[in-house]
Every structure is written in structure tokens, then in C-alpha cells.
Design a protein around this ligand. Structure first.
Ligand code: BMA
Length: 301
């Protein structure tokens, strides 16, 4: 497959599939767990604040949404004031037998990044904020590099929206902050960029999806690109797609709570190199696009 193929039956999950009342379901983290495909989805509740719910599937296409929320702002006993307005847009990284979740905590203090971990998707240890506000779009690398854990995120200072990288010995205390990429002026990603999915190790480097935003008039358009980072020095960019690979084109991506948005925070790589990108259209649903590692690498050349 030398392309990105949007699934013919998109969207694969809408709010009609959620067994309780929500305003929308979107922006899911994705992982394989015990031979099942798991999506940890953001649900916006009727009051406009978000929580997380699991959806699971045997084949990666047909998902069943759980009957109860799996993580809510109220579960954050020690840091509730930083997530009071919702928890949003999780990324999941597996290191050993532990799944690390990074997600946005939203409150009057502006967004920041929360770290939690689980081994079974039932019991969660919530570590709390690992950035100050304003920061979001954080993903952790799946293995240590040069003896350290690494994360990317998107601090917002003034009008800038760049991706930065930092390192840690314990995943809690971070330092060694470095700028890695900025929006490309005058293009589809000129306004701001942010990580989209946890980096994946390939023979040519770390492959990572990112989103880029362009504002025109009163609306913003969200599209998805891909970047290749150096395997030993992940702050060095080896290549970056010249154009977005996923962008709003169909009604289910153009019309919704926030129109003209394609946004992803989860992908799954199969052992044969095929890739399933779970993305959302117009902040309203969950969709699937399929491709493979070789093609994604070719876009970075
Ligand atoms: C970003 C995040 C995402 C959302 C996107 C488009 O800033 O808030 O959750 O999908 O905007 O509205």
C-alpha cells in the first residue's frame, strides 16, 4: 500500500455507540493489549467537560465502547484543581509491562500535562502534572535513549506553538529541555504544531505523527503530518513530510463541533509494518486511516 487509505466505513465510532449520554467521542489513544485493540477515547460530557472511556475490538475496525467511564477528573484526588474542567487527548506508551498515559488536564490555570500509569486499564496510578501550564500534546518515547526517558510536548509561549523535547531518569522529574521543531511559515502548519502520536522506532529513526494548524478567517484547520527523528539524538530532525497526509475532506471531518479538524493521538503498528491511524473528524467521532511504515518513511525523504 503506497498511500494513506481512509476506511470506507468511517467514522468507526460516533456518540451513538456510547451507552451513556455524551456530547461527543473523539481523540483516542490506541494500544494493543492482550490481543485486543484498545482505544482510550475522550468523551465530552453534556456539561462540556471531558473524561476518558475505553473501546475495544478484536479486529481493529469494529469497536465496543465500555458502559462506564474509566478515568474522570474526580479520580484525580491530589491534583483535581488542575483537571477540574476536563481530561483530554491521551497518548499511551508501553514500556515493559506498564502503559504510561499522558493527557491534558484542563482548568482555570490553562492546559498542562498529566502522567498516569496502568498495567491492566482498570487500576490507574495518577502521578499528576509533569509540566507547568501552558503545555499539551505530550508523548513519551517507548524506550530509554542514552540512559534517559524522553518526552515531546508543546509549551505555548506567546504566539509560538513549537514542539520541544526533554529527558528524565524517573518519568516524573524532567529537564534538559530542547526545542525541536517549529511551524513552517506560509504553509498548512503555519500557526502551531504539536505531537500527534507516540514515536515509533524504525530502522531509519523515530517516526512520529504531528498535527499542524492554519487559521483563516475565524476558523482553524487541523491536518496531520509525519516527521523522522534521529535514533540516538531524537532532537535532530532527519526528515519531515512536505504536505499533510491526513486532512479534512469528507463531511464527517468538515462538519461538527469544530469543523475542518482531523486530529490524532493514537496509532498501532502491526508486526508486518502495517499501520492503523485512529483519528477524529471535526471533534465529533473516531475514524481509521491505514498505511504502512515504508510509505510513512518515504514521505520524510
Ligand atoms: C486542540 C485540542 C484538541 C482538538 C483540536 C481541534 O487544541 O483541543 O482536543 O481536537 O484543538 O479543535
Amino acid at each position: 500500500m503506497n498511500e494513506i487509505k481512509k476506511y470506507i466505513k468511517n467514522p468507526i465510532i460516533t456518540k451513538d455507540a456510547v451507552p451513556f449520554k455524551v456530547n461527543s467521542i473523539f481523540n483516542a489513544a490506541a494500544v494493543k493489549y492482550k490481543d485486543k485493540y484498545l482505544l482510550l477515547c475522550r468523551v465530552e460530557m453534556p456539561n462540556g467537560r471531558s473524561s476518558l472511556v475505553l473501546a475495544e475490538s478484536i479486529n481493529g475496525y469494529d469497536f465496543k465502547v465500555a458502559s462506564k467511564l474509566c478515568l474522570t477528573p474526580e479520580d484525580h484526588k491530589e491534583c483535581y484543581e488542575y483537571v477540574k474542567w476536563g481530561i483530554e487527548d491521551p497518548r499511551i506508551t508501553r514500556i515493559g509491562n506498564t502503559f504510561y498515559l499522558t493527557y491534558t488536564g484542563y482548568s482555570k490555570y490553562q492546559p498542562l500535562v498529566i502522567l498516569a500509569e496502568t498495567k491492566n486499564f482498570k487500576d490507574f496510578i495518577i502521578h499528576g502534572p509533569i509540566t507547568e501550564p501552558s503545555n499539551k500534546d505530550c508523548a513519551i518515547f517507548p524506550e530509554k535513549i542514552d540512559g534517559y526517558y524522553w518526552k515531546v510536548d508543546r509549551p505555548s509561549a506567546g504566539i509560538r506553538g513549537d514542539i520541544w523535547i526533554s529527558k528524565s531518569s524517573d518519568l516524573i522529574h524532567w529537564g534538559g529541555y530542547k526545542f525541536i521543531m517549529e511551524p513552517e511559515a506560509g504553509t498548512w502548519e503555519e500557526r502551531k504544531i504539536g505531537n500527534s502520536s507516540p514515536p515509533i522506532k524504525t530502522k531509519e529513526g523515530w517516526l512520529m505523527l504531528y498535527h499542524g494548524v492554519r487559521g483563516s478567517g475565524s476558523s482553524m484547520s487541523y491536518k496531520i503530518g509525519v516527521v523522522l527523528l534521529d535514533i540516538n539524538k531524537p532532537w535532530i530532525i532527519k526528515g519531515r513530510s512536505k504536505a499533510p497526509l491526513i486532512f479534512p475532506e469528507y463531511d464527517y471531518e468538515r462538519v461538527g463541533d469544530v469543523g475542518n479538524v482531523t486530529f490524532t493521538n493514537g496509532w498501532i503498528v502491526e508486526t508486518n509494518g502495517e499501520v492503523k491511524i485512529y483519528y477524529s473528524g471535526a471533534d465529533m467521532n473516531i475514524c481509521l486511516a491505514e498505511t504502512n511504515i515504508e510509505y510513512l518513511l518515504s514521505l520524510c525523504k
